[in-house]
Design a binder for this molecule. Structure first.
Ligand code: SER
Length: 417
């Protein structure tokens, strides 16, 4: 089952149960929203989850593109992507969580033919600190369906940020290992989370307190590429059909180990979607996230061969990704912007090497040195650290080496170039 078929099956299943399809938004939240990118299907629906009536009614279904910078360090493992699509359903004060779980179970097992014995669920155990009790209704539903359940506290409380709508959730996991399922989702990561059903029952206020929402909503999100890869019997999301055009060209262009190949395909594909949604490289905000994605790609490509370049990328995977996300930017424009970024990064690295070769920067660097390098020469701390680890660097005292290609993206606000 390819991803398009999966989307159709999902949407029709819920339309048959009274849901109206809404059009997913772009990756860019509306002006005034504090987050840089849409991180989940519910994000554009926040006003409706907080009580505003939705023009299409109280049962909704959609497909929403999402970008999660919080998962950047996980990209390369079998399940995490930077840009992904989320299939979502909502009950705006209509049906409750157990019915949503029952439909979810029905779609997975009868609609998609998944062996019910390969499922596991987690359920909120209750939390005295916030005064929420155990989610016994969800627990009972899973018991009735014969699905094993694990109870957790933090892992089964979902919120989109420090404030806003939130509530207990029940997550559905699918066994991805060889042989019969073993252990539980929190103890064995061969249990892959595919679908999260949140009962949006509360709002978290600025002071951290929880207040009940005027009505209870249900918000569910299913990771499209994750479920597709499992249904297609693939070992990772990077091998499901949406990555076929990328895997058809990238390994031939640039031989890479599997983890680097995954990161390169993910970041290039994500950069295309971000560009297609109108973001341009910059030193702050969304543009800086884009810039970081491109620079991570280049760092991986140049690790083995500095003559490699994005200009070698053919239009086909770019066109395929733009089509998938219904973006009308010409593929040639995407590649041209990526190439400009490459040239800019090459010049920055060259400048950085020259500056760091000065006697002043040979010993350990102070905080003032990092400030000076950043403010005067546009060299972010992380780049300085990487340059000082290069073979031939004249730095006498280098910080300990960090794993290559992973864990290099700061979670705090990015420095200027
Ligand atoms: N908002 C929840 C999530 O993103 C369910 O859609 O997991």
């Amino acid at each position: 089952m390819n991803t398009d078929h999966l989307v159709t099956t999902f949407v029709e299943y819920f339309e048959e149960r009274g849901h109206r399809r809404i059009v997913g938004s772009t990756l860019l939240p509306p002006p005034g929203d504090p987050v840089l990118f849409t991180t989940s299907g519910m994000h554009p629906l926040t006003p409706y989850l907080e009580g505003r009536p939705h023009p299409l009614g109280r049962r909704l279904v959609n497909v929403q593109r999402c970008l999660r910078t919080t998962d950047l360090d996980e990209v390369g493992d079998p399940t995490h992507l930077t840009v992904f699509e989320m299939l979502g359903t909502w009950s705006l004060g209509d049906y409750d969580g157990p019915l949503s779980l029952d439909w979810g179970h029905g779609l997975l097992t009868e609609g998609l033919g998944i062996d019910p014995g390969l499922l596991y669920a987690t359920v909120h155990a209750g939390d005295e600190r916030s005064g929420t009790g155990p989610d016994t209704a969800s627990l009972r539903l899973w018991e009735d369906r014969g699905v094993p359940v694990e109870l957790t506290v933090e892992d089964n409380w979902w919120s989109n940020g420090p404030v806003g709508p939130c509530g207990p959730d029940s997550e559905i996991f699918l066994w991805s290992g060889e042989g019969p399922p073993r252990s539980t989702p929190t103890r064995d990561d061969r249990w892959v989370e595919v679908w999260n059903h949140v009962t949006m029952s509360h709002r978290r206020l600025e002071d951290g307190s929880l207040v009940p929402l005027p009505r209870r909503n249900v918000d569910t999100g299913l990771g499209l590429e994750r479920l597709a890869s499992l249904l297609q019997g693939k070992p990772s999301v990077f091998e499901c059909d949406v990555f076929d055009p990328w895997r058809a060209v990238v390994p031939a262009l640039w031989p890479l180990d599997e983890t680097s190949l995954r990161v390169v395909c993910d970041h290039l594909r994500s950069a295309v979607v971000v560009l297609g949604d109108g973001v341009r490289p910059a030193n702050t905000g969304r543009g800086y996230v884009l810039r970081r994605l491109v620079r991570r790609v280049l760092t991986l490509l140049w690790r083995d061969d500095p003559s490699r370049g994005i200009g070698a990328l053919p239009d086909e995977p770019v066109r395929h990704t733009l089509d998938r996300f219904r973006q009308d930017m010409p593929p040639g424009d995407v590649v041209r912007i990526l190439l400009e970024e490459e040239h800019r990064f090459r010049r920055l690295l060259e400048r950085g090497r020259q500056v760091l070769a000065r006697p002043r920067f040979r010993g350990p660097l102070t905080r003032e040195d990092f400030h000076y390098l950043h403010d005067t020469h546009g060299l972010p701390r992380e780049l300085v650290t990487n340059l000082r680890q290069e073979p031939g660097s004249t730095a006498r005292s280098t910080p300990p080496a960090r794993p290559r290609g992973r864990g290099r993206t700061p979670r705090r606000s990015p420095p200027r170039e």
